[in-house]
Design a protein around this ligand. Structure first.
Ligand SMILES: [Ca+2]
Ligand SMILES: [Ca+2]
Length: 206
């Protein structure tokens, strides 16, 4: 099936053609297009604050609490930048328990987060302990096409960092990375000075 609109529910009706005997009754099936939406029934582990810095526009989503069902769709909030530009994303969890942290960006917009080891769509893994807060840097890939891409951040305890895996304890939040045109003339950055020497004589005043 092609030509479907992302983030839309579709009803499909199918019936069997029985040749000369006619047709069987319809059976129906409902499915949703878009990125997977993991769920959690336990409300005690969640991402509370997400903020970005370094983008042309930035995300500030604080005190979000636990999203219903464990999945928070915040794609209307975006951080923007051009290819090769970086931004920082800071998160604060509920403050009591924390969890293992993961983030992905669907850079090829195929509605799936490639979780293969070494994939460029994995932008953050911190799963050695349970984290109450943290910050990570996301660099927009060189040559990335102008457009919108979904960034998923996930907190969870127990089990691994599967972007589509349901959580016994955890929450997922989705945001948007808007990639803009690279400026034709970039402003200087990372300015530094070294080996400064005097190039003039200070007037001697009497
Ligand atoms: Ca939340
Ligand atoms: Ca993808």
């Amino acid at each position: 099936m092609t030509g479907l609109t992302p983030y839309t529910f579709y009803d499909v009706y199918i019936q069997t053609s029985c040749g000369f005997s006619g047709t069987a009754d319809f059976v129906s099936y409902t499915f949703r297009t878009g990125h997977c939406a993991p769920s959690s029934d336990n409300t005690i582990i969640y991402i509370n604050d997400v903020t970005t810095t370094g983008g042309a526009t930035n995300i500030s989503n604080t005190a979000s609490g636990f999203s219903t069902g464990g999945y928070g769709d915040f794609r209307t909030q975006s951080v923007s930048g051009y290819a090769t530009q970086s931004f920082d994303m800071a998160f604060i969890n509920d403050g009591t328990y924390g969890g293992k942290m993961y983030a992905w960006v669907d850079w090829n917009n195929d509605l799936a987060f490639d979780n293969t080891t070494g994939s460029s769509e994995i932008v953050y893994i911190a799963d050695d302990v349970n984290y109450g807060s943290g910050t990570f840097t996301v660099t927009i890939p060189d040559g990335q096409t102008i457009g919108d891409y979904v960034l998923r951040i996930k907190v969870q305890q127990n089990s691994d960092g599967n972007p589509c895996g349901d959580m016994a304890y955890g929450e997922v939040e989705d945001y948007t990375v808007s990639v803009t045109e690279t400026p034709s003339c970039l402003v200087p950055d990372t300015l530094a000075s070294s080996n400064i020497t005097s190039c003039f004589s200070r007037p001697f005043l009497e």
